[in-house]
Structure formats: structure tokens, C-alpha cells
Design a protein around this ligand. Structure first.
Ligand SMILES: Nc1ncnc2c1ncn2[C@@H]1O[C@H](COP(=O)(O)OP(=O)(O)OP(=O)(O)O)[C@@H](O)[C@H]1O
Ligand SMILES: *[C@@H]1O[C@H](CO)[C@@H](O)[C@H](O)[C@H]1NC(C)=O
Ligand SMILES: *[C@@H]1O[C@H](CO)[C@@H](O)[C@H](O)[C@H]1NC(C)=O
Ligand SMILES: *[C@@H]1O[C@H](CO)[C@@H](O)[C@H](O)[C@H]1NC(C)=O
Length: 315
């Protein structure tokens, strides 16, 4: 079986500042750095480290389906180099008339650790036909599809295509951006849904428990609903039993939050690992604990490197 993740790939420019600037203020950054971002690429960067800890027989081939600028552009080459061969980008969609990747400009405040993001993306979004073509040739046949819930109406047609052509494949969806209509409709047709705190709050929920409980009444076919809540950890609701499990955030004494960019993506990587690679060997609560430990370890360091040891500690 293989996993296909579908979502945007960004190139991030991160400015570190002593504090968050006020509007119309002039402030000197203490550092500038560049890195590749985007929710699915972030999750895959972490997931490949976890999968590398599994026995060769249990390795899951990982694929990223994303829109990139021209094949020969600097950004496309750098992105491929960062992932291959561990994550296949063979089925990406190149926009030959563009050179610029989707870009994020991030202000990271040292006083709070918060990150404020401004995006720019001129690449036309993926169409259903492009998706159908991209996944038709992936080997081995994909058994798990994970979507960043970006363009809900197109994603919904992709989900229906999978149901039709890949019966038995599991579909997970990330519901992250508040105020994007159609995400709920997408969640209804997925098997596994990951809600972010931002989305939950934007929809009037005061806790992760409330979010999964109320959303589960709308998503009758979904088997698992997860919601993260920053330093309050995460909850998961298994619809079969109706049980809601809470797992606290991983905050060992002395752990300093230095970089929360992609904490949610890291959590998703942990859950996908548990659900795919430890399907019947870990309980749901073990999977949730590992995902929190992974995300908590991540926020205490810069970037996504060196996280594979967490899965060893949890095994
Ligand atoms: N301050 C913190 N201390 C420990 N763990 C944290 C902290 N903040 C986040 N985490 C971990 O990361 C997970 C996801 O956090 P959060 O809900 O803030 O994600 P997010 O805002 O969606 O992140 P992003 O959008 O940057 O990917 C939490 O469930 C928790 O495990
Ligand atoms: C700036 O950021 C880069 C990348 O995160 C890091 O390697 C470097 O040490 C930082 N420099 C300073 C002065 O903080
Ligand atoms: C691919 O995985 C191997 C084995 O885990 C690792 O050593 C290597 O750094 C990875 N490559 C990339 C580009 O991440
Ligand atoms: C739920 O599953 C049933 C049975 O497979 C199916 O007929 C129905 O269309 C599904 N509902 C949604 C909203 O996907």
C-alpha cells in the first residue's frame, strides 16, 4: 500500500523579530531563513522520518501530489532534492509558464513564539482531470489519500473519484482554515478528519471536545475525528464507540517553545503513522500520545529535522 498526500507546497521566508511589530512600525529582524513549507509537505517530511524507523517490509511508499512552477525552475529543483528519493514527487503537476513557487512570509516573534503568515500564490490550482491523471499511474496502488482541505469543491470531486476508482482506500482530510466554505461538506465524505484549533474556534467551539462531539453528529460516515488545541494537546473521537479520548500536550520540564510553525502538520504526521503503520498494534490513545509527543518535541526545536527518535521512544 502507498500513501498519497495532496496539498500546496510553499517556500517560506521566515523573519525572526524580538516581538510582533505594530502596524506601520519599523522593526529590525534578528534573523532571516528560508525553508520549504506547506501542510502536506511538512507532514511528509516528518512522516518519512517515522517510516524510516519501521522494518523494510513495513515501509510505506510516500507520494506528494502538488502544484509546482516550471520543472526546471530553481524552486522545483530544490523541492525535489529535499524530498527524493524518500518521498516521490513523480506525480506533481508543473506549471511551465511560472518560475515562482507559492510563497509564505512569516514573522516569528521571539517574545511569544507566535508566527504570523502572509501568503502569495499565483500558480493555478489543480483540476480534477490533473488529479485523476496524476494518481492513475502511482504504484503500488494508493491505499491512503490525505488532503489538505484547500479548494473544497475540487477536493470533493477528487474524493468522489477515489471512492469510485479506489474502493477500500482510506481518505483523510485536514480542516484547518476558518471561514473557508465547503470544508464541512468535505469532512462528511472523509474517513478521518483533522480539525485545527483555528477552525474550531472560528466555528464557535470553545474546546476540542466540543468540536469533535458536535461535528461527529454531521459526519455520519467518518470513523475518526481529531482536533488539536495547542498547549492543551488534542482529542480524538472514534465514531464506532462514541468515545472521546484526550491526550495532553507534551511539555516536559524545561521544554521551551521556540518554533510552532507546522505543529499541526507534525501532529497529523504522527497520527497518520499510527493509523497506517501501527493500525492494529497501538490503541487509539497510544497513537494520539505519540502524535502529541512528536508535535511537542517539534515546537521545542527549529524546523522538522531529527524527529524519528520519538517513534522509537513510543514503541
Ligand atoms: N506550546 C505547546 N507545547 C507543547 N505542545 C504544543 C504546543 N503548541 C502546540 N503543540 C502541539 O502541537 C499540536 C498542534 O498544535 P496547534 O493546535 O497549535 O496546531 P496549529 O496551530 O494547527 O499548527 P500549524 O498550523 O502551525 O501547523 C498540539 O496538539 C500539541 O501536541
Ligand atoms: C538564523 O536561522 C538559521 C536557520 O534557522 C539558523 O541556522 C541560524 O543559527 C540563525 N542565526 C541566528 C543568528 O540566530
Ligand atoms: C531519506 O531517508 C534516509 C534513511 O532514513 C535518510 O538517511 C536520508 O537523509 C533521507 N533523505 C532525505 C532527502 O531526507
Ligand atoms: C455514507 O455511506 C453510505 C454507504 O456507503 C453511502 O451510501 C452514502 O452516500 C455515504 N454518505 C456520504 C455523505 O458520503
Amino acid at each position: 500500500m502507498s500513501l498519497v498526500a495532496v496539498g500546496a507546497c510553499y517556500v517560506d521566508t521566515i523573519l525572526t523579530t524580538p516581538r510582533y511589530p505594530g502596524e506601520d512600525e519599523k522593526l529590525r529582524a534578528t534573523n532571516i531563513s528560508h525553508r520549504r513549507g506547506g501542510n502536506c509537505p511538512n507532514s511528509l517530511e516528518v512522516l518519512q522520518q517515522l517510516v524510516a524507523q519501521s522494518s523494510p517490509a513495513a515501509q510505506v511508499p510516500l507520494n506528494l501530489v502538488t502544484i509546482l512552477p516550471a520543472r526546471s525552475s530553481v524552486a522545483s529543483r530544490q523541492i525535489r532534492d529535499a524530498f527524493e528519493p524518500n518521498v516521490s514527487l513523480d506525480h506533481c503537476i508543473y506549471r511551465e509558464e511560472f518560475e515562482e513557487p507559492a510563497s509564505s512570509y512569516i514573522i516569528k516573534s521571539q517574545s511569544t513564539g507566535s508566527r504570523t503568515i502572509v501568503n502569495y500564490n499565483e500558480l493555478p490550482e489543480m483540476t480534477l482531470d490533473e488529479f485523476v491523471h496524476a494518481i492513475s499511474i502511482i504504484k503500488p496502488r494508493p491505499a491512503w489519500f490525505h488532503f489538505e482541505g484547500r479548494v473544497p469543491d475540487v477536493t470533493l470531486t477528487c474524493v468522489r473519484h477515489i471512492r469510485d476508482r479506489f474502493p477500500g482506500a482510506i481518505i483523510s482530510v485536514e480542516v484547518e482554515k476558518p471561514g473557508r466554505p465547503g470544508l464541512q461538506g468535505l469532512a462528511v465524505e472523509a474517513d478521518v478528519v483533522f480539525y485545527s484549533k483555528g477552525w474550531a474556534q472560528g466555528n464557535g467551539y470553545d474546546s476540542a471536545q466540543e468540536c469533535v462531539r458536535k461535528e461527529s453528529s454531521l459526519t455520519s460516515n467518518t470513523s475518526l475525528l481529531c482536533c488539536t488545541w495547542g498547549q492543551d494537546g488534542a482529542v480524538a473521537l472514534e465514531t464506532k464507540s462514541g468515545d472521546i479520548i484526550h491526550s495532553p500536550a507534551y511539555t516536559p520540564l524545561g521544554l521551551q517553545v521556540v518554533d510552532t510553525i507546522g505543529a499541526g502538520d507534525t501532529f497529523i504526521a504522527g497520527m497518520l503513522y499510527g493509523l497506517i503503520c501501527k493500525k492494529d498494534t497501538w490503541t487509539l490513545s497510544q497513537k494520539l500520545n505519540m502524535a502529541n509527543r512528536l508535535a511537542g518535541t517539534k515546537v521545542a526545536q527549529e524546523g522538522f529535522g531529527g524527529l524519528g527518535h520519538v517513534v522509537v521512544e513510543c514503541s
